[in-house]
Design a protein around this ligand. Structure first.
Ligand SMILES: Cc1cc2nc3c(=O)[nH]c(=O)nc-3n(C[C@H](O)[C@H](O)[C@H](O)COP(=O)(O)O)c2cc1C
Length: 270
């Protein structure tokens, strides 16, 4: 379970309507804009949780922040000690300017600040960077390099896309925001595969984007994912989907002669 995105200050997010089903495309467009009660409230909740299962906390910057990097620093200091891992979200399309933090100079400043914060606080919580699907090969080179240099544990590929792939059928496809679900599967898996070719086992890759079946989860693993996440498919399939994915994934691994997920990671990416 990954919670967030949490920002230092509470904020209302964008005015509704801000979430649109594209039922004909098994997709969603959202422009929520990090509606959340802020990091103090998140910290109170996290502090109360029972220590079972993995809970990651996803941190971001307030929309009206004068210093975005300071927001990430503050979120990390406050929440990292309470979580099993921290996701640095620089890839939401719904906070103007946030995705610019994926560019090399800004990314070095951000990851440098977080590395300092880790040393200052003595926090060992794993740190992962969540990236957009709308990045070219050069940007992926820079991101992979920075993640290794600054000692991150992993990358999460990907967030929603601002692209509108040809063939979307639903009239809601014209809404502004980030597109998730089935149409995101191919582009986000391609980003994942390209990351794997750059980092292989040096970073943990989490695959996310359009997973709706055991076969989809298996394809992400074969493209380089050690772990997978999903969101949009739960809207259409309900929570029973998770059990079905686990069962079908186990069958696919066995069919192909793998005795663990680990053996299948990256086999399609070479
Ligand atoms: C309604 C909605 C809200 C989301 N909010 C966030 C967010 O606050 N932070 C974040 O990193 N990703 C957010 N995402 C992106 C998802 O975590 C995920 O990366 C993306 O939807 C692709 O996966 P999926 O196709 O399985 O949904 C959101 C997605 C949806 C549909």
């Amino acid at each position: 379970m990954e919670c967030g995105t949490v920002t230092p200050q509470p904020q209302a997010g964008n005015p509704p309507p801000r979430l649109f089903r594209l039922a004909h495309d098994r997709a969603v467009i959202n422009r929520m804009g990090f509606n959340n009660r802020g990091m103090e409230d998140a910290a109170r909740h996290l502090a109360r949780r029972k220590r079972s299962g993995i809970v990651g906390i996803n941190i971001g910057a307030n929309k009206d922040s004068a210093d975005r990097i300071a927001d990430f620093r503050g979120g990390f200091a406050q929440l990292a000690p309470l979580a099993d891992y921290v996701t640095v979200n620089v890839s939401s399309p719904n906070t103007p300017g946030l995705r610019a933090l994926q560019e090399k100079d800004e990314l070095w400043r951000l990851l440098g600040a977080l590395a300092e914060e880790r040393v200052r606080t003595g926090t060992t919580t794993p740190l992962l960077l969540k990236i957009a699907p709308d990045l070219d090969a050069r940007a992926l080179d820079d991101i992979a390099e920075a993640a290794l240099i600054f000692g991150l544990q992993g990358l999460i590929a990907t967030n929603t896309t601002i692209a509108r792939p040809a063939g979307l059928k639903d009239s809601n496809a014209r809404e502004d925001g980030g597109l998730s679900g089935a149409p995101l599967f191919a582009p986000s898996t391609e980003i994942l595969r390209q990351l794997w070719t750059r980092v292989e086992t040096r970073l943990v890759l989490i695959g996310v984007g359009g997973i709706a079946s055991g076969a989809d989860a298996y394809a992400k693993i074969r493209a380089g994912a050690s772990l997978v996440q999903l969101y949009t498919a739960l809207v259409f399939e309900g929570p029973g989907l998770i059990g079905r994915i686990k069962r079908d994934l186990a069958a696919l691994l066995a069919r192909d002669g793998f005795s663990s997920v680990a053996q299948a990671i990256g086999v399609d990416a070479a």
